[in-house]
Design a protein around this ligand. Structure first.
Ligand code: MG
Ligand code: MG
Length: 271
């Protein structure tokens, strides 16, 4: 059952989302060759607590850390460790926070130093697909419309769309209805309703869509060991249109990137 949120609840969810957004922005300049994912995890946990929130992932389904850290061929759910990142890596960071009983949950795939043009393209297409999917999150549409848009765009680039892991509704629990697959058929699936909040999160592989899991019971990686990218936003359906609760603005400020990609989604940020 989809649980729509009131305007007040959506504002609380924006607060939770922005704590995650700021956490990712804080991490962005620290993502360099030599740093370990465990160091970044500790910084994030401290930052989230300093902002009056709790890490959303720590202990959730018994996950051991505050961030999911998935380098290179890892798709999602990687566990932070003491292996230093190296030049040319990519690192997908997924972060969650709970404040006022509501979850924020989003993700960004960062470049470590200089990456190959092939990898850069994977990141660019995956991030673009997130916005292409978000545009379909509107009154009158259904879950399949978002999935179809993401799948069409990324498969047209020759990439693989992970099937086993999907986006989701978001609220007082991390995973609410509906599931939001990154593949689908137009006009199919649950109908979108005013006030609902979702996490849209394409997980896109450079090669095969197939995945495998490490014996740690968490880490998901590509079956062919080629790189994978993950971008995620939290979006509310307000007045029939997608309204962005999260933002990559803090990341872009840190990295001195100019972007207008969020403007059409009525993003609002308070400091
Ligand atoms: Mg996430
Ligand atoms: Mg999510």
């Amino acid at each position: 059952m989809i649980i729509p949120k009131s305007r007040e609840e959506i504002e609380l969810m924006r607060e939770s989302a922005l704590i995650v957004s700021k956490t990712l922005g804080m991490l962005a300049p620290k993502i360099k060759p030599g740093v370990t994912t465990l160091e970044l995890d500790k910084l994030a946990e401290e930052f989230i607590r300093d902002h009056g929130a709790e890490p959303g992932f720590l202990g959730l389904y018994d996950f051991p850390n505050s961030l999911c850290m998935s380098p290179n061929a890892q798709v999602v759910h990687g566990i932070p460790n003491k292996t230093p990142l190296k030049e040319g890596d990519i690192i997908s960071i997924d972060c969650g926070a709970i404040k006022n009983g509501f979850y924020g949950d989003h993700a960004y795939t960062f470049e470590v130093g200089e990456v190959t043009p092939e990898v850069k393209k994977l990141l660019e297409v995956t991030k673009d697909s997130l916005y292409i999917g978000m545009r379909e999150f509107k009154a009158g549409n259904r879950v399949g419309d978002v999935g179809y848009a993401i799948q069409k765009y990324t498969e047209d680039h020759g990439y693989g769309v992970v099937r086993e892991l999907v986006g989701h509704g978001l609220g007082r629990t991390m995973h609410e209805d509906p599931e939001m697959p990154n593949y689908g058929r137009r006009g199919r699936g649950k109908k979108f309703i005013e006030g609902m909040v979702v996490a849209i999160e394409p997980m896109i592989n450079m090669g095969t869509k197939r995945i495998k899991q490490l014996p740690d019971g968490w880490t998901i990686l590509t079956a062919d060991n080629k790189p994978s990218a993950h971008f995620e936003h939290n979006v509310a359906l307000v007045d029939g249109k997608p309204e962005l609760l999260s933002t990559f603005k803090y990341i872009y400020e840190s990295l001195k990137i100019n972007s207008k990609e969020e403007d059409e989604f009525r993003v609002r940020v308070y400091d």
